[in-house]
Design a protein. Structure first.
Length: 140
C-alpha cells in the first residue's frame, strides 16, 4: 500500500511493507530519496528515524520498489539518494544490490551516511557513486 502526500515542491511516499511497517521515500527535483531500513539504530539526535530503534533491514527488492512505485506515478527520476530512513551502511549487502540496479538503469546515486561501520564505508568510497555526504556527530 502506498500513501502519497504532495506539497508544492515534494512528493512524499509512505510505503507499507508486506509485514505492515511503514517506510518513506521523498521525490524532489528529479531525485528520489529512498529508505534502507525500517527504523534506525544510530538514533541521531536531530532525526526521527531512530525514535523506535532499528526494526529491520529492507531487502534489495523493497529498496528498488520505492523507485518503481515512484516511476509508476509518472515522476521524472534522474538520481537516487540513500538518505531516507535508516543507515545504509548497516544494510550494506541489500543497499549494494539496489545501488547496482539503480546504476544499471542510468541513475545517479548518492549516499548520506554516518560512515559506520567503517569497513563498509571504505567499500562505499571505492564504488562508482555520485557523491557521499558524511554526517559526523562525535569525535569518538
Amino acid at each position: 500500500m502506498v500513501k502519497i502526500i504532495n506539497d508544492e515542491l515534494n512528493k512524499l511516499f509512505e510505503i507499507k511493507t508486506d509485514d505492515c511497517y511503514t517506510v518513506e521515500s521523498v521525490h524532489y527535483r528529479k531525485t528520489l530519496c529512498v529508505s534502507s531500513q525500517v527504523g534506525c539504530s544510530i538514533k541521531c539526535s536531530f532525526c526521527a528515524s531512530g525514535l523506535n530503534g532499528l526494526i529491520r533491514n529492507l531487502s534489495a527488492d523493497e529498496i528498488i520498489k520505492q523507485y518503481t512505485l515512484a516511476k509508476e506515478e509518472g515522476l521524472e527520476i534522474e538520481s537516487i539518494a540513500f538518505a531516507g530512513i535508516g543507515e545504509p551502511l548497516l544494510n550494506w549487502d541489500n543497499v549494494k544490490k539496489a545501488f547496482e540496479y539503480f546504476k544499471s538503469n542510468g541513475l545517479s546515486v548518492s549516499f548520506y551516511t554516518t560512515g559506520f561501520p567503517i569497513h563498509n564505508f571504505k567499500e562505499l568510497l571505492s564504488l562508482n557513486h555520485d557523491g557521499v555526504n558524511l554526517s559526523l556527530h562525535s569525535v569518538f
